[in-house]
Design a protein around this ligand. Sequence first.
Ligand code: IFM
Length: 774
Amino acid sequence: MAIDLPMALFSDPEWQMIEEGFNLVREHEVESIFALANGYLGTRASLEEGSRLSQPDTFAAGIYINEPAAELGPSLARLPDCAHLEIAIADELLSLETGKVLEHRRILDLRQGLLWREWRQQDSMGRISQVRFLRLASLADRHVIIQSVVIKAENYSERVELFAPFGNADARSEQKAPLVSSAYDPAMVTVRAGKTSIAIAKGWVPQPPSNRGSAGEDRLSDHTKERWSWEVGPGEAVRLDRVAAVYTSRDAEDPTNAARLHLAEILDRGVSALVRAHVDAWRVHWSIADIQILGDDEAQRALRFAAYHLMAAANPADEHVSIGARGLTGRAYGGHIFWDTEIYMLPFYLLTDPPTARTLLMYRYHTLDAARRKAKAHGYEGALYAWESADTGEETTPRTTVAPDGRIVSILTSEQEHHVSADVAYAVWQYWLVTGDEDFMVDAGGDILIETARFWASRAQMDADGCAHIRGVIGPDEYHEAVDDNAYTNMMARWNLNRAADAVSLLKHERPADWEQQSKRLALAADEPAAWRRVAAALVTGFHPDSGLFEQFQGYFELEPVDVVSHRNCAMPIDLCLGPERTRLSKAIKQADVITLSALLWDEWPDAVHQANFDYYEPQAAHGSSLSPALHALVAARLGRVEHALDYFRQGAEIDLANNMGNAAGGVHMAALGGLWQAAVFGVAGLRIREDGIALDPHLLPGWTEMSCSVRWRGRILRLVIGVDTVEVGIETQDSGELKIAIVDGPFCFGHPGRRYIVEREGLAWGAWKEADG
Ligand code: IFM
């Protein structure tokens, strides 16, 4: 039987990301973009044999290590590299940096979650080898990473050898999790990150069988090479499968034993069965998560890329971890968790995989005590979430950073960027609306809403004029620090206060017995909810009824106008060009701020308000954060500004795919990817989540002739097909009740399980909903 990799590529090019050739300077971003992950483990797509620039990091969610510089706080620990593999033909190592590369291509198979590599290399003796690699982080068994390599001799008879250095973290890495195992054990590596032990059991299956041995040992540097060797002739191939099973003391009492047993079990099942199970798991995920676009291949690929990384980043089985700003794909931000998760990523999970959304919210529940401590330390009540957090929920924002011009500058976000508490509360309420999961509200969600409301009630200062102010904050626009009454913060706080009061009424009526316990646990005074509503009503909104504008913060309208739009094409960010002081005194904003408010609280104001604010603030946005373009796309699409929406959609898509911010090397931008998904579902399909059902307000972007997607809503799976002049909604779940389906402010119908409904445009309006045939 011919020797081949254990799985073929999914051949449809629409599901493939392809990197042709080899360009050393792009290596770090390729490692990020093509990274593999399963929410428990993540591994960058580094070249197996390495290169001068390779950064072959492997991370495990929730495993942090303190950086030597204390002000940096904890960072995701970099674990031993499980994929390092060197190939030698008669003692000559194959390398892209030497010899002659005849062909080289890396493919990320989005559909099957596989990293694929094809390489044809001629060495100094004219010998041509064909090498193919496959790698995966199993979605069917999150403790497992699999790698497979096939080497075929094209025109020679020689000894082919494989070397697998496997010891401590990669020798080039400056941050190592310290090696624990003292005795040399080729089948087990144990490292420690802080108090956590991490065990990696490794197994190999060579084909045809090869004598394994060790070569080039350098045991003193805890770096040992395993070796396999075969004699091959022209046209002959050999294969090696490598399996790594990883356990940590976070998930097993004895991780070494757990890893060893797990490895034995999976080797028993066989590598091919494991690969098949992984591919099946991806197929199941895609059956809901895929958005299909007709008429725009670029947008299609960008949305698949976004959904791939979003699915790869989450682990529904671990309530004590959340998703960092770069997922498990790179070092930037040390794996810290920001508001990015709740505001940008969570809607994807909420509507495609609600148990994962719940798990992510449970991280905020489990870290509520840390948020309570932070509030108390700042002299407030309730819960103030950390601006950046890691495993414990404690504040992990670095205290300083080095600006591009070499200055050391203080980072004030942990002290002032308080909107994160309202962002978490917002996500809790969205989860409740979409799932109706009362148990979650009783067990955790209600606590989060109440404690964050308490924070805002104590944070707002009542003035003699009867208005409540929130002073000295940073809003999403981080170019302006220590501002008063940031509209985003105040409006989200107001919303948080009111929803907490709603949650109290809801729990009191729907779950009286549980509520008794919950209110006792929270020591809630009977008059607190009414007090929250009073603070909410008194909060300064910054709204100017004449213009329909929200003033981003007190005094913003008086700042210096600068021409941000013509600045957007400059290589240097605007805050660097203007300098910090002038930026602070200018209207230039870093990222969507009032526009984010529009995106989140759309139904609170008429469209004319959103329009006025978009027109005013869009030209001020420098998009100095990856979070900005996608939400501009969302709002522009909702306003029917489809050309503008498409420009922003492309800009959002290119953050990783074209590295248009120049920092994809540090990992993919998870918030931008979540934002892109939202731009399609909330912007293009115009989906609104309402208490009594769903409403749609479609605006296909130029060139798009159809967009279809699936969403989950209270136990149902809804299939949405948005055409140029039609909208179709199918309710795919059989055992669910009637559901209200509406066109925003237009016709509605009540849909029944198992049926499809269509509405067509009639001139400028929409006709009546009809049940579709068949
Ligand atoms: O959370 C964001 C912030 O809004 C802008 N700077 C980057 C952070 C992490 O993505």
